[in-house]
Design a protein around this ligand. Structure first.
Ligand code: KMH
Ligand code: ZN
Length: 272
């Protein structure tokens, strides 16, 4: 079990709006400042979604370049992972726009899943196209698992596309329509990952604490931030992404896990 804890911050996502929490960042500068504070608190990777100034989610290449450039200026050492998930209903071409920002990693969701009232569509040909696009760009995929069958899809994907080196997974639990954010689901899914994989877990909404505590105890890493939860405790909004990161650092310390330096963080993920 790793004695280091890699924390990924997901500062805004595509769905969380200021009506949910007034501190959600939208502009490149606002996102970058949240990322800097999160880095200073202990986050070592950022899962980036771009927004227009009014908060509309976008996968536009130019807006991603601008957002990632602002992040790199404010937090030069953080690992940049862009989203290829975008928002429900976006076309595959649109979703791939984020790769133009020259990230080190990108998300790659391993299957279709109900997503609230919508459907987050990731059929097999799209998964393969996204894997090939990422590999061609020298980008390491983070394989996102929203439900049990997604693990089988990931194994299928690995048999079709050369996902070189160790694979990195994020167990995204608690999306209405996907697997629930419970300790049992974290343990079960983690136990089924290919040997040698690295993994993190994300708990949506109020499942957050149970999910990250289980992951930390089980040797996994964690993702958190306004994309995934806007409250620090039931009924109390988090003031910033950094506040959520700080708490995960404290939980990690209690479990004997420390924050790696940026070089070690890249080593853990097999990034050069
Ligand atoms: N916004 C969700 C529909 C990802 O970034 O790859 C998809 C999502 C996953 O957030
Ligand atoms: Zn995302």
């Amino acid at each position: 079990m790793s004695d280091e804890l890699l924390i990924t911050v997901a500062p805004c996502g595509a769905e969380t709006m200021r009506s949910h929490n007034p501190a959600v960042p939208y502009t490149p500068q606002e996102i970058a400042e949240e990322v800097r504070r999160s880095y200073e608190a202990g986050a070592r990777m950022v899962h980036v979604h771009a927004r227009l100034d009014d908060g509309t989610p976008t996968q536009d290449a130019g807006r991603y370049r601008e957002t990632v450039a602002a992040i790199r200026e404010q937090a030069p050492e953080i690992i940049v992972q862009v989203s290829t998930g975008g928002a429900v209903g976006m076309s595959r071409e649109e979703r791939l726009g984020s790769l133009a920002a020259d990230p080190e990693m990108a998300s790659l969701t391993c299957g279709t899943v109900n997503f609230g009232q919508g459907v987050f569509e990731n059929p097999a040909p799209l998964m393969l196209e996204f894997a090939r696009a990422q590999l061609a760009a020298g980008v390491k995929p983070e394989l996102e698992i929203f439900d049990l069958g997604h693990l089988d899809n990931a194994a299928w994907l690995a048999s079709k596309a050369p996902l070189e080196g160790s694979q990195h997974y994020d167990l995204v639990l608690g999306v209405p329509g996907g697997a629930a954010g419970t300790p049992r689901n974290v343990s079960e899914l983690a136990s089924r990952l290919p040997a040698g994989s690295t993994w993190s877990a994300t708990g949506i909404g109020r499942s957050h604490l149970a999910v990250i505590m289980t992951a930390i105890a089980a040797g996994g890493h964690v993702r958190l931030g306004f994309e995934d939860q806007v409250e620090r405790s039931p009924g109390v909004l988090a003031g910033s992404n950094a506040e959520l990161v700080e708490r995960a650092v404290r939980v990690g310390e209690l479990a004997g896990r420390s924050v790696p330096d940026p070089r070690r963080a890249r080593e853990i993920l097999g990034l050069s």
